[in-house]
Write a protein that binds this ligand. Structure first.
Ligand code: GLN
Length: 456
């Protein structure tokens, strides 16, 4: 814990930790030492970790990367961060992220950009660690902590993991409780671990997962011993390669990464099967209707009364002016864009044309996966991202849709509620990490981690 706190101070330029809790960390580390001395050390006893700013942590600033939550000190702890504390993990502080987890580059954060510890060759251009869990990825890759929590609504664990050479798993929807995690799009959000290795991910997921009566969508299922599942044996497993993920204009190095991954799995004894997920091309548009719709509803609670920031009002301002001024000041441009899109697609005249249609598309995407799993496919192998990490600022002036394209390989998994993992499997020409994604059956995290371990 001391070494990590020192590393965090030395690596201020990464802007990964945005609220540090050194006293609390030293207290928890001492308690962990005492447990170890007593011989009752739980799975993560004494391991220093970072918590994404989206998780409510009791008495510790929890701003979701937004100005509107400035000054908000939760009176309760999220179930996931509580479970990690119960497992002995030591929280070092809160991690940078895109505002309300909306973004793919950590550039929408009120705290400013988080920076990727990796560089292109000898260049000094700072690169994005990805988003929205950018601070988590930068902190793990930069050795500021042993592991971190992330959340993934459309790829926010897997894309930053791929950009930083770390491992990130988005569990099956319902595997981890969402209680106490600031909501973005409730039917898509899931928490998961971001770690250096698949083994670490298995251990940490075991500590985070489990039924929680406080989240009605949390599944009442036993949590398997994920670490025990890492046999490394994938002989005879059927790995599906979906042809729709071979996107037009896909960079050669991503193609090569993918075929190298296929070869690795074949060498390990897996059977490679070409499959089709025909509705893949509709996933991104459906996601960018459903996610903003749910976000516009979830974000209605930030009214200047209940949490955090309230705008200064003038004589004669009423409640409407208070809402308007507070929300105009408190939300950044990307969040405002999503609230407007969401409100539009949910409005009376457009609900059927957009929101209901997107929900139907979502069902078709889910069925695509069910069909291939029914045919005996154990896991699906795809690239995690369409490129390696890009430069900070390189995409900010572009059309927002260009940024949304980062999620092209990841959003299908959230729409279908499936588990997905990003594993670092190679470097590009400039020495930047690249990752592959494995998609598993519902509740099949143990098998998925086992297959991912074979790719390491
Ligand atoms: N990049 C996607 C978005 O902006 C996904 C974000 C996430 O998974 N939280 O919505």
């Amino acid at each position: 814990t001391e070494a990590c706190l020192g590393a965090i101070d030395a690596a201020g330029a990464l802007n990964a930790f945005v609220h540090k809790t050194p006293e609390l960390a030293m207290e928890r580390a001492a308690a962990a030492d005492a447990r170890i001395a007593r011989g009752d050390a739980p799975a993560m006893c004494g391991l220093p970790i970072g918590i994404k700013d989206l998780f409510c942590t009791k008495g510790v600033a929890s701003q979701a990367g937004s100005r509107i939550l400035q000054g908000f000190l939760p009176e309760y702890e999220s179930t996931v961060s509580q479970k990690l504390a119960d497992a002995g993990a030591v929280m070092l502080g809160k991690l940078n992220m895109d505002e309300f987890a909306m973004g793919s580059s950590n550039e929408t954060s009120v705290y400013g950009d988080a920076v990727n510890p990796w560089r292109r060759g000898n260049e000094t251009t700072p690169l994005t660690p990805g988003g929205s869990s950018g601070g988590s990825a930068a902190a793990v890759a930069g050795d500021l902590c042993l592991a971190a929590t992330g959340t993934d609504t459309g790829g926010s664990i897997r894309q930053p993991a791929a950009f930083t050479g770390t491992v990130g798993i988005k569990p099956t929807y319902g595997r981890c409780s969402r209680w106490g995690i600031v909501a973005f799009a409730s039917s898509l959000d899931q928490a998961g671990p971001m770690t250096k290795t698949v083994r670490d991910a298995a251990i940490m997921l075991g500590a985070m997962a489990g039924h929680d009566p406080k989240d009605s969508t949390s599944a009442d299922l036993a949590v398997p011993d994920f670490e025990a599942a890492l046999s490394g044996d994938i002989k005879g497993k059927k790995i599906g390669i979906p042809k729709e993920y071979r996107m037009e204009g896909m960079p050669q190095e991503i193609e090569t990464l993918w075929s190298d991954g296929i070869a690795m799995m074949k060498d390990a004894g897996a059977e490679i099967v070409d499959i089709s997920l025909p509705h893949t091309k509709y996933a991104l548009p459906a996601y960018y209707v459903i996610a903003p719709a749910e976000a516009s509803s979830n974000l209605a609670r930030y009214d200047g009364v209940r949490y955090g920031h309230r705008a200064k009002l003038e004589q004669g301002d009423g409640i409407t002016e208070m809402y308007e001024k507070t929300r105009a000041e408190g939300f950044g441009p990307e969040v405002q864009r999503r609230v407007m899109i969401g409100t539009y697609v949910l409005s009376a005249g457009f609900y059927d044309a957009y929101y209901n249609r997107a929900r139907r598309v979502r069902t078709l995407i889910k069925r695509d996966f069910e069909t291939v799993f029914d045919q005996g496919i154990d896991a699906i192998l795809t690239p995690a991202t369409p490129s390696a990490a890009f430069g900070l600022g390189e995409m900010t002036d572009a059309d927002p849709v260009a940024m949304y394209l980062n999620d092209v390989f990841t959003v299908t998994v959230n729409l279908a509620g499936l588990p997905g993992i990003a594993v670092p499997t190679g470097l590009d020409k400039q020495g930047l990490p690249l990752g592959l994604q494995l998609i598993g059956r519902p509740w099949g995290e143990a098998d998925l981690l086992c297959a991912a371990h074979a790719l390491e």
